[in-house]
Design a binder for this molecule. Structure first.
Ligand SMILES: Nc1ncnc2c1ncn2[C@@H]1O[C@H](COP(=O)(O)OP(=O)(O)OP(=O)(O)O)[C@@H](O)[C@H]1O
Ligand SMILES: [Mg+2]
Length: 284
């Protein structure tokens, strides 16, 4: 049975002084152990929803639950939630607070009052994992935007959250760092962390995710497996989200090539390669 780690139930939220409701009854659960992606056009409420995910924002109506238990908006309970749910902000400038890279990574660990030698060991290890070793003593304001993004993720991962919420983590990363990040997210996931990533990159979404959620107008409009999302291509197109390149390549293949390749649209290049290889073998 699928266990929902975090559940949003009929959330409503308007920013004070804002231009009207942002979340308008959004409901969905994040299944434990899955690599999940949240899609939705600019301004549909993804970042606002994430801020509800660890209690930074309290909904004006509806509730957020962790393993079926509703959030309690009191200091101690919220501190526990920020340990379970790691949120990496869309803008790293909102996340980084210390003056150097090492200090920033150790900040959350110091707040937990861990022994100095434990903190040192954890910081050392995470600097290596995120390729930040050479920047350990660099002032944060000297970092590039991509480096700041990696640091923001390192500062959250060092706290070992059960659920990781990533708000557009690949924006401003070059191809090499994007690949590194996705590989690192796979390691994080294999080590038992559930991940929900908001992204506008449809190729990354369909190549990486096991579960896709789509928001529009402050509501959830779809949740399901990537294959199922691709089968609802009118929905993706009507929301102007576009299609992953792999779906367009599939569409462009002549029927004679597709003949004998069972199943629906592949969601990754590897899957397409396997199908083509299988077809070549069976046609010999
Ligand atoms: N602090 C704020 N005060 C007032 N309105 C806000 C604030 N933050 C966001 N909004 C508004 O809330 C709406 C949803 O914003 P949000 O950032 O959640 O969308 P998003 O789906 O994350 O968009 P994007 O894909 O551009 O990151 C937008 O109309 C935005 O203008
Ligand atoms: Mg956003």
């Amino acid at each position: 049975m699928t266990v929902m780690l975090l559940e949003f139930d009929d959330l409503h939220y308007s920013y004070p002084g804002g231009r009207g409701p942002v979340l308008q009854g959004v409901s969905f659960g994040i299944p434990e152990g899955k690599k999940c992606v949240l899609l939705g056009r600019n301004g549909c409420g993804k970042s606002t929803l994430f801020l509800h995910g660890n209690g930074i924002i309290q909904p004006q109506k509806g509730q957020v639950s962790w393993r079926g238990v509703p959030f309690v908006y009191k200091r101690q309970a919220l501190q526990e939630m920020t340990q379970r749910v790691g949120l990496v902000f869309q803008d790293p400038e909102h996340q980084l607070i210390a003056s150097t890279v090492s200090e920033d990574i150790s900040y959350g660990l110091c707040n937990r009052k861990l022994p100095p030698e434990v903190i040192r060991a954890k910081v050392e290890s995470i600097l290596n994992v995120f390729g930040l070793r050479e920047l350990a003593d660099a002032p944060i304001h000297h970092l590039s935007l991509g480096q700041k993004r990696r640091l923001a993720l390192a500062g959250v991962m060092v706290l070992e959250p059960e659920l990781l919420l990533l708000d557009e983590p690949t924006a401003y990363l070059d191809r090499y760092q994007t690949k590194n990040l996705l590989r690192e997210l796979d390691h994080i996931h294999q080590s038992g962390t559930t991940v929900l990533m908001a992204t506008h990159d449809m190729d990354i979404a369909f190549e990486w995710a096991e579960w896709i959620c789509v928001m529009d107008g402050g509501q959830l409009v779809f949740a399901g497996e990537p294959q199922e999302a691709l089968e609802k291509r009118e929905m993706l197109e009507s929301l102007h989200l576009g299609l992953p390149l792999i779906a367009e390549v599939w569409d462009a293949l002549p029927d004679t090539v597709k003949q004998g390749m069972e199943g629906s649209i592949p969601t990754s290049v590897d899957e397409l390669k396997q199908r083509l290889a299988g077809r070549l073998v069976s046609s010999r």
